[in-house]
Design a protein. Structure first.
Ligand SMILES: Cc1cc2nc3c(=O)[nH]c(=O)nc-3n(C[C@H](O)[C@H](O)[C@H](O)COP(=O)(O)O)c2cc1C
Length: 352
């Protein structure tokens, strides 16, 4: 059965123009990644998870995650925490920052997060999880979505009990990554649970986990009834996976790969500053240049270069035609029109 991925759908009043969603990924989903995802066909992009405690304490780096560019919309900003009042306050700030959807993280399996009562641990406490959703939904006029795992332990079906309660509490969309928290990223995502969840709730469900090709995306949409598929790891350094899922099977040339990487690097430097970007970008070199696109020693060499300028020079020497592609890409990009963080009404929530 063929499914049309170009069909729009909605989260509350927010229209999402395609059935492909770019996953939130900590340490990956910077603005450059999200803008690129939109260009390659994602109908909705998400920030990485943002700490509610960090927002409360006005942590500078945390607030940096709330920067929204004009060409990212629709955009979900994801928050994690465990205190309903603090989550509600964070939701108001997320709204002021210009997000279209507030997403709540009930899926993070990492100890540092679960031991604070946040992330996937909330699947073990449905009452408290529902209190959080209801506090957030009351605090913001934006639609609220929740991203969750199947449960905390292997074989758990808790998402099927928790999901409908979250909808009753005000969630207008659910994303299910049907692995247990204990599994982390091992084993496989069991999308038969996604189909069961879809049957239980009357809000759209996004299917996340192991979707890396058009064939898989079509199969998951057709067999689960999900409103959209979410793609994470397959899109790391590989926006062409998104294009393929949307129906454009053309493999990129070496010049296009290098040009996209260079654009990503420049945008990331603008976003994070040269110092942070230098370390942040290293994993992306392997992601972009892997998949048989460039020889391994070349990738290894780039990681050892001390400055981004040297990486740029080396990349352009390896694919001189990339310069022209990059110029074209940069000319096509709209001006970055950010909501300035200074304009956030942070002071009125200060101290509370
Ligand atoms: C590096 C990395 C960081 C992630 N960070 C987040 C996050 O901040 N919030 C979240 O809800 N999920 C996070 N996830 C989970 C993904 O959003 C997604 O559900 C999961 O990777 C399964 O999809 P995939 O097989 O397409 O990668 C992360 C995954 C990875 C690999």
């Amino acid at each position: 059965m063929s499914v049309d991925l170009h069909e729009p759908w909605s989260i509350g009043p927010v229209e999402v123009p395609s059935r492909l969603v770019l996953a939130p990924m900590a340490g990956v989903s910077v603005q450059a990644f999200r803008r690129q995802g939109r260009r390659f066909g994602a109908g909705l992009v998400c920030s990485e998870m943002v700490s509610v405690a960090g927002i409360q304490h006005r942590n500078e780096r945390t607030l940096g995650y709330l920067r929204v560019a004009a060409d990212e919309h629709p955009l979900a900003i994801q928050v994690f925490g465990s205190d309903p009042a603090a989550m509600a306050e964070a939701a108001r700030i997320v709204e002021a920052a210009g997000a279209d959807v507030v997403d709540i993280n009930f899926g993070c399996p990492v100890k540092k997060v679960t031991k604070t009562g946040a992330g996937a641990s909330l699947l073990d406490d449905p009452d408290h999880a529902a209190r959080i959703v209801s506090a957030v939904a009351e605090a913001t006029s934006l639609p609220v979505s929740v991203k969750m795992r199947r449960g905390t332990v292997d074989g758990s079906r808790d998402c099927l009990a928790v999901g409908p309660r979250l909808v009753a509490a005000g969630a207008q969309c659910l994303t299910l990554h049907p692995r247990s928290a204990k599994q982390m990223y091992t084993g496989s995502a069991d999308h038969s649970l996604t189909a069961e969840l879809v049957a239980l709730v009357d809000v759209p469900v996004i299917a996340s986990g192991d979707i890396a090709s058009r064939a898989r995306a079509q199969a998951v949409l057709a067999t689960t009834g999900a409103a959209a598929v979410m793609v994470g790891r397959a899109a790391q350094g590989n926006p062409w996976a998104l294009a393929e899922i949307m129906g454009d099977e053309r493999a990129p040339s070496r010049e296009e790969v290098v040009a996209e990487l260079l654009l990503f690097m420049r945008e990331t430097v603008r976003e994070l500053g040269e110092l942070r970007a230098t370390g942040f970008l290293k994993k992306f070199y392997g992601w972009y240049l892997g998949r048989g696109r460039f020889p391994k020693p070349f990738k290894q060499e780039l990681v050892t270069l001390p400055t981004i300028e040297e990486v740029e020079t080396r990349l352009l020497a390896a694919a001189p035609g990339a310069r022209e592609v990059l110029e074209r890409l940069e000319a096509e990009l709209p001006e970055v029109d950010e909501v300035l963080l200074d304009s956030l009404p942070i002071s009125i929530y200060g101290g509370g």
